[in-house]
Design a protein around this ligand. Structure first.
Ligand SMILES: [Fe+2]
Ligand SMILES: [Fe+2]
Length: 189
């Protein structure tokens, strides 16, 4: 088999019916591509890691199964080991160290992309491109807003990649805005 974007998308869709989970994968893919661009790395590879990071989640949503089942399957299929390790590293409970930029960026964009989606959906025009960084930062301080998103992980993620949080928010927001149609969000307000 070939380990390309088409194969990754096929695998994701085979395991994941939930549209919002697919959109999460696509948002993380876009953000990973943006980081690859920033760092002069392989955008396709980084995008695939984003696309696949939660592919097992729908069927394995617990800490005992999520990532473990997926990583095993990816290894059996022969996906590159560095990609599998980056995917394992996005869940801190695996204990797999984020020892590559790819792994650190994946962790950094995962929670943040979900949080930006939440910030987008409460705006009247629901356009991701228009979400001000200040409003994302403000919402992060409201514990009742998007409660399930771990703020500490968002901060830690930016720190691990050595980017000021504001800049990182802009990068992820703009990457998501670039695929707003796919995410079914209006491109502009
Ligand atoms: Fe995950
Ligand atoms: Fe995720």
């Amino acid at each position: 088999m070939s380990y390309d974007r088409a194969a990754a998308w096929y695998l994701l869709c085979e395991w994941t019916e939930n549209v919002n989970l697919r959109k999460h994968a696509l948002a993380v893919e876009a953000a990973m591509r943006a980081h690859a661009r920033r760092l002069g790395q392989d955008q396709e590879a980084w995008g695939i890691v984003g696309l696949l990071h939660d592919f097992d989640y729908e069927k394995n949503p617990t800490v005992e199964s999520h990532v473990w089942v997926g990583a095993k399957h990816l290894r059996e299929q022969g996906w590159p080991e560095a990609w599998v390790r980056a995917i394992e590293g996005h869940a801190s409970y695996t204990g797999v160290p984020r020892d590559t930029e790819m792994a650190r960026c994946l962790f950094a964009v995962d929670e943040l992309s979900g949080f930006i989606t939440a910030c987008t959906l409460v705006r009247p025009e629901k356009a991701v491109a228009n979400v001000p960084v200040e409003s994302v930062l403000k919402r992060m301080k409201e514990p009742a807003f998007a409660k399930k998103v771990n703020r500490e992980e968002i901060r830690q993620g930016a720190e691990e990649i050595g980017m000021p949080l504001e800049q990182h928010i802009v990068l992820v927001r703009d990457a998501m805005a670039g695929i707003a149609d796919v995410l079914e969000l209006p491109p502009k307000g």
